[in-house]
Ligand binder design. Structure first.
Ligand code: COA
Length: 87
């Protein structure tokens, strides 16, 4: 299950921490719920946008993502990552 866009509006990020982490946790729980019915999801995936924020890998790693091995991504504007929703 792929996270296509993940962002916290600046008006919220000024006042609250943890919203990005909360959204990832919500996506994980949504995937679990889908698995109760009609899906067989094992991973959340994301293309981490390192072009605009070099620190973004640290955010995803803190949330349990690891980089995928990539054979054809020489430009490295994004880094493909995954999170096992059952570990
Ligand atoms: C990335 C984003 C969604 C994170 O949301 P957030 O609510 O600030 O994240 P959290 O408060 O849950 O952060 C969890 C941890 O990650 C760290 N972290 C968050 N954003 C980070 C960043 N850009 N670089 C490095 N570390 C980051 C926090 O410091 C926190 O660390 P701690 O647990 O040691 O205190 C938000 O900053 C955002 O909207 N960024 C702009 C859009 C973007 O870059 N989206 C990702 C595109 S792939």
């Amino acid at each position: 299950m792929k996270i296509a866009k993940l962002a916290v509006d600046i008006s919220f990020s000024k006042n609250y921490n943890g919203l990005g982490t909360f959204m990832i946790e919500s996506a994980k729980r949504f995937a679990w719920a889908c698995n109760e019915n009609y899906c067989a999801a094992r991973f959340l995936t994301v293309d981490a946008d390192v072009e605009h924020d070099k620190g973004i890998l640290a955010f995803y790693e803190k949330n349990g993502f690891i980089p995928n091995a990539e054979l054809f991504n020489k430009n490295r504007k994004t880094i493909s990552m995954r999170k096992d929703i059952y570990s």
